[in-house]
Design a protein around this ligand. Structure first.
Ligand code: BES
Ligand code: MN
Ligand code: MN
Length: 512
């Protein structure tokens, strides 16, 4: 039974001038937690400034020319954490390619000398973000400057993915300090800068002896790098799809050609590539079923017990339509089929073609070399290495049937494994209590379609439970234009993270 704690009225952001009030409600009567919540509310202006400063650095991991920004971001984080007595050490994962350094993996204990009688929670997040340019359209202002909307949205690249949650952990520590409540657990931070690029270097680091020593006392891993399913109900997440990313290159002549002079007389790489791409999946009416033989056979069958999981989930097809800007582009007719397609079925997407003519205007060119970027979201029990073999073999077979003199090659750009766990272990129970204390409801238990490659690595290497505890809402638009995080989610999310640490300390691990 949850009892209503102190109800306080707060003025929202005096600085920006809009003046609606919302009730900041607590659903616990635990004195320590309420003291922490009060401090989070009081510190809101400082926390908003913190996220503004964090998004200001365009730490895009996939653009080589922005690599220095990743190093700046890591330094900024170290400095910000230092202000809270959190010492983050920069670990160098080596090189991405000759001359291109990978950004540091930041690891640090709080308190710096862990107390052996307390549990230890490893907190993971990433400080890199997806690309964004105002010229892409969609953005109302510079994507790396927070725009505060009157409805409470904070708009900026990376604000929900994943800088808001990373700041949330710092905010949570600061609130404990300000409230004079001793942190009941040891926290180890692990914050990387290559997540959006397949977490290059991280698996090796976690498997290294150095990391095994750093992480030897960890009791649970908590990752805040996902979202609610919808916009109103908090969730806890116990599954993710994996992501295997491929580059398929087709090459013909060794220079671009005039299509008037050469069209009709030579093999055209772009034409060969599009025919190849068309053979990867069935048409929309067959829900883009993957055509690569052997893939469907690896997918775990749906059990009756699993079928019952979908109905009670707070989600419907209008949520999907909403996130598509009101256009109906759905592939499936029911909620259960839609959730299954997102959570537990593989999907192949075609992202782009490098080398293709993509500028405005009409250029009569035959591109000499084109590279398609495709990815497959993987699910139990797809083995990524087997998938690579199947995809490569299928591409070569299909290409062979075209009878072209162009050449084809398949490169695996990165692969991240899928992850499914038990949503009833002690760590999830602590997160359920935290959710009830802050939001007053039981969270839905969800899986997700996105990927966080390190999740399974942590579980395997440390043999400890992993929990995904989101901050943002389902309509935050991670990776899209106008990515946002609602101020309410940032502030209440900070409280949720703080509360998770509190309840994790009290939880009995032997119920695991
Ligand atoms: N935060 C996302 C993962 C995510 C997305 C979780 C949607 C839940 C729902 C993460 O930053 C991400 O974007 N991951 C990449 C990984 C890929 C590059 C291997 C992804 O899913 O595309
Ligand atoms: Mn993320
Ligand atoms: Mn992301």
């Amino acid at each position: 039974m949850i009892r209503l704690g102190a109800r306080r009225l707060l003025k929202v952001s005096a600085r920006t001038g809009f003046s609606f009030r919302f009730a900041s409600t607590s659903f616990t009567n635990d004195k320590n937690l309420n003291a922490i919540y009060t401090k989070v509310d009081e510190l809101e202006p400082k926390f908003i400034q913190r996220i503004k400063d964090a998004v200001k650095i365009p730490s895009v991991s996939s653009e080589l020319e922005r690599r220095p920004e990743l190093f700046r971001m890591a330094e900024w984080l170290q400095k910000e954490a230092k202000g809270l007595d959190i010492n983050l050490t920069a670990h160098d994962p080596g090189f991405q390619s000759p001359g291109v350094k990978l950004p540091p993996i930041l690891v640090g204990n709080y308190p710096s000398v862990p107390l052996p009688e307390k549990k230890t929670i490893l907190v993971y997040g990433h400080y890199d973000v997806q690309p964004a340019n105002i010229e892409d359209g969609g953005w109302e202002a510079d994507p790396f400057t927070v725009v505060e909307k009157p409805d409470g949205r904070l708009v900026a690249r990376g604000i929900t993915d994943d800088k808001g949650p990373v700041m949330g952990w710092l905010n949570a520590i600061e609130a404990y300090q300000a409230a004079g409540v001793e942190l009941p657990v040891n926290v180890i931070f692990c914050i990387e800068g290559m997540e959006e690029n397949g977490s290059e270097g991280l698996d090796e680091f976690i498997a290294s002896e150095k990391a095994h020593e750093l992480f030897k006392d960890v009791d649970a891993i908590c990752i805040s790098d996902n979202y609610w399913l919808g916009t109103k109900k908090p969730v806890l997440t116990y599954g993710l799809r994996g992501c295997s990313y491929y580059a398929i290159t087709v090459e013909g002549p060794n220079t671009d050609l005039h299509s008037g002079v050469f069209g009709g007389t030579v093999c055209e790489p772009m034409t060969d590539l599009t025919q190849l791409l068309a053979s990867l999946v069935k048409p929309a009416k067959d829900a883009y079923k993957i055509q690569v033989p052997g893939v469907a056979e690896m997918v775990a069958p749906v059990t009756d017990a699993e079928r019952r999981v979908y109905e009670p989930i707070d989600y419907n097809l209008t949520d999907l339509a909403d996130s598509l800007g009101g256009r109906d582009c759905s592939l499936h007719a029911t909620k259960a089929d839609t959730l299954m397609a997102r959570w537990r079925m593989p999907a192949l997407s075609i992202h782009g073609i490098e080398g293709a003519f993509a500028q405005p205007g009409a250029k009569t060119v035959i591109p000499a070399k084109v590279t398609a970027k495709i990815s497959i979201r993987t699910v139990p029990n797809i083995a990524p290495s087997r998938l690579n073999e199947l995809v490569t073999e299928y591409v070569h077979n299909q290409f062979g049937q075209l009878g072209t003199k162009s050449s084809v090659k398949v490169d695996v750009v990165h692969e991240g494994n899928w992850w499914v766990s038990d949503p009833n272990n002690w760590s999830f129970e602590a997160a359920k209590q935290a959710t009830r204390a802050v939001w007053g409801v039981d969270p839905d238990l969800t899986r997700e379609g996105g990927s966080i490659p390190v999740t399974l690595t942590f579980e395997k290497e440390l043999q400890k439970p992993v929990l995904l505890l989101p901050m943002g809402r389902g309509d935050d638009g991670a990776h899209s234009t106008m990515e946002k995080l609602d101020k309410q989610n940032y502030i209440q999310g900070t409280k949720t993270l703080a509360s998770y640490l509190y309840f994790a300390a009290k939880a009995k691990t032997d119920t695991n």
